[in-house]
Every structure is written in structure tokens, then in C-alpha cells.
Design a protein around this ligand. Structure first.
Ligand code: HEM
Length: 343
């Protein structure tokens, strides 16, 4: 397969097909006067652009990135609300930290950050090498690596939906191009090809969930684990009908089912582009790296407030880290990420 193009209107890390391996890497800039901070960020974005473009294009001078199978490396870079405020950057007005949600057990050392880079590739190898190169570039601009988080997906035939560690297909009900234009990408104007990434590291009690009888699991999700079809349909792509009722008057997709509480029908059709990955950080710490792209982080907040109140999955979930960033528009050949931040 040809390399994933680095250059384009939108960053490849949002739009390229999902790859089996991911690595998220957050950077913090050293505190500095605004003008120095802006200069440091400019030089850092220049370095990030160079490293990521070379790695994606297969032109990196690092011998560890040469001679293997094509890496299919794609990436995205985003800036956090704290940095944007500190340096007076041009970012969408909606960019803001998320509120606290009931049940959150967030580790600040695993979340937040001034900048977030997400790398995706065919396997783990190039991610580790590129992360090292990014770390070196960061230090030369006075930045430090705040946290990294690896994740993975099962390899599935292209066009099919990968499963998460509960065994369910995850990523079925994602927006089409028209919906994404309205709900994922910015409005026409400077942010049109940017988006906001909401990241949540969610620990899952996979063994506890697996111990439930199959029908209980399907009712908790509102879909069948086997084929991913909604309980109101017969095929994975059927739209869940949250208003369909059983003969006894109860909903087919129960009140606390995950696909009811996340249904766009409860939010005037609002949609998020979910590109989750699983993670495995040891026997008691496995789960989902929930990654959703939205125009406005409020879209996530509305859904998460409903989930936190009564998602049937809650007994098996703990949110352990969180981050929000404005994902920059893509860059033309010869350009540098973040050109729109300064005007
Ligand atoms: C749908 C799993 C957390 C938002 C789904 C589906 C599964 C799933 C299996 C159905 C298939 C699909 O459409 O992709 C999980 C698991 C979670 C989790 C295991 C935690 C570990 C979240 C969170 C949010 C969210 C935190 C947002 C606050 C959604 C949305 C849908 C969805 C918007 C699609 C609803 C629709 O359009 O029908 N999730 N999810 N999920 N989930 Fe989650």
C-alpha cells in the first residue's frame, strides 16, 4: 500500500483509515513570557511538521525507519485550551477544558497537555521511533513529554468495524461526509478543516462484563455483540430505533442502554466521529482510549453527562484520564502546521 499522504487540507490522523497501532503523546511547553512562548511554539511546530512529514513519507534519516514494510504512518497535532489561552492563539471559541463528570478518577499525569500528537501506523515499531524523534525535537524547543499512551486494534478486513475489549464492534455509527461537515469540522472560515479531539482513557472491567449472560450484555449496549446489529434491527448498519417498544410497553433498546444514551436523536442529530483504540497497561488496567472528533466539546459533554448518570456500562468503567485539543487544519507541501494560529 502507498504511504498515507502527510499533506492535505485536513490532517491524515483524523481522516486516514484506522491503523492497528496508535500512540498518543502530550507535550508541555516551558512557561515563558508570551512572545517567547509564541516563538518556542512556532519553532516546535516547525520541527513536529518536519519529523512527521519525513516519517510519513518514508524519507526519515533514522535508520530504524528504513528498510521495513511500509509503516502507513499518519498523525495529527492539536493544541490544548490552556496553551491557546496563555499565548493568545487563534482557536475556535468553543475550545475549553471539559467539566468534571460524576465517577471521574482522572490522573493529571496521564492527561491534559499543551500539545497532543496522535500517531497511527501498521505496527508499534515506527510509533516508538517517531515518538523518540518528537521528544528530541520537543526538548530542542524547550518542551517536555508530559505523557504517552499506546493503543491498538485487532486487524480486520478493510471496511469492517474493529471490536473493543468488551467484544463489541466499536465505530459503527459514525457520521457520513455531510454530517461530519456539520458536526465534526469547523464552520466555513479559518477553522473549516480543523476539529476538536476529546480523549478519554477508560478502564474496563472486561472480565466482569464477560461474566454477564450474553443477553444482559446486549441489553446494556443496545446492540448484539455477535453481528453489531441494533436490538431493533437485523444488520450492523441499521439505525438504532430508540422509540421502538416491546409488547409490554418497555423499550426494545432499554432506558440505560449505551446506544440509547448516546443516540444523536437526543441531541438534535449531533454526531461525533469516534476512532477509539484499546489499551493494555497490565492485568488490572485495560480498556478503551476513547477518541472522538467534534466541532464543539459541548457535544461530548452532553452525551457524557447522560452516560455518567445511567449508562448500563458504568459498573464496568472508570474514566482515568482526559484531554481536549484543537486539531489543527492540514498543511500544504512546504507549509508548517499551525499557520492559522498567529494572525
Ligand atoms: C456507540 C462502546 C464510551 C459515545 C457505541 C457502540 C459501542 C460502544 C459498542 C455501538 C457501536 C457503534 O456505533 O460504534 C463503548 C465503550 C465505551 C464507550 C465500551 C467505554 C469504554 C463512550 C463515551 C461516549 C460514547 C464516553 C461519549 C461521551 C458513543 C456514541 C455512539 C456510541 C456517540 C454512537 C451512537 C449512535 O449514533 O448510535 N459505543 N462506548 N461512548 N458510543 Fe460508546
Amino acid at each position: 500500500a502507498p504511504a498515507v499522504a502527510f499533506h492535505g487540507e485536513r490532517q491524515a490522523g483524523v481522516i486516514a483509515p484506522q491503523q492497528p497501532a496508535t500512540l498518543l503523546l502530550a507535550l508541555d511547553l516551558a512557561p515563558a513570557a508570551t512572545s517567547d512562548g509564541r516563538a518556542a511554539l512556532r519553532s516546535l511546530l516547525g520541527e513536529l511538521t518536519r519529523v512527521l512529514a519525513e516519517a510519513a513519507g518514508g524519507t526519515s534519516a533514522d535508520p530504524r525507519l528504513q528498510g521495513g514494510e511500509p509503516a502507513q504512518l499518519s498523525s495529527l497535532v492539536g493544541v490544548g485550551p490552556g496553551l491557546a489561552a496563555r499565548l493568545g492563539l487563534n482557536v475556535p471559541a468553543a475550545l475549553a477544558e471539559l467539566p468534571a463528570f460524576p465517577g471521574d478518577r482522572l490522573d493529571p499525569a496521564r492527561g491534559g497537555g499543551d500539545l497532543l500528537v496522535q500517531l497511527c501506523a501498521a505496527d508499534r515499531w515506527p510509533l516508538t521511533v517517531v515518538a523518540e524523534l518528537l521528544g528530541t525535537a520537543a526538548r530542542s524547543a524547550g518542551a517536555t513529554v508530559r505523557w504517552t499512551q499506546p493503543g491498538f486494534l485487532p486487524r480486520t478486513p478493510s471496511g469492517t468495524t474493529p471490536r473493543n475489549l468488551f467484544g463489541f464492534k466499536d465505530g459503527t455509527a459514525n457520521p457520513d461526509a455531510a454530517e461530519a461537515k456539520q458536526w465534526v469540522w469547523g464552520p466555513p472560515g479559518p477553522y473549516e478543516h480543523g476539529t476538536v479531539l476529546v480523549y478519554r482513557r477508560i478502564r474496563m472491567d472486561t472480565a466482569g462484563f464477560a461474566a454477564l449472560p450474553e443477553d444482559r450484555r446486549d441489553l446494556a449496549m443496545g446492540r448484539r455483540r455477535t453481528d453489531g446489529a441494533p436490538l431493533t434491527g437485523t444488520a450492523e448498519r441499521d439505525d438504532p430505533d430508540i422509540y421502538a417498544k416491546n409488547p409490554d410497553g418497555s423499550y426494545v433498546i432499554p432506558n440505560s442502554a449505551h446506544v440509547r444514551l448516546t443516540s444523536p436523536r437526543l441531541d438534535s442529530g449531533a454526531r461525533m466521529l469516534r476512532r477509539g483504540y484499546s489499551y493494555d497497561d497490565g492485568p488490572d488496567d485495560r480498556g478503551l482510549l476513547f477518541c472522538a472528533f467534534v466541532r464543539d466539546p459541548e457535544q461530548f459533554t452532553r452525551v457524557q453527562n447522560r452516560l455518567a448518570a445511567k449508562d448500563a456500562l458504568n459498573p464496568f468503567l472508570v474514566h482515568t484520564a482526559s484531554a481536549v485539543v484543537y486539531v489543527l487544519p492540514g498543511v500544504r507541501e512546504g507549509g508548517v502546521l499551525g499557520e492559522g494560529l498567529w494572525a
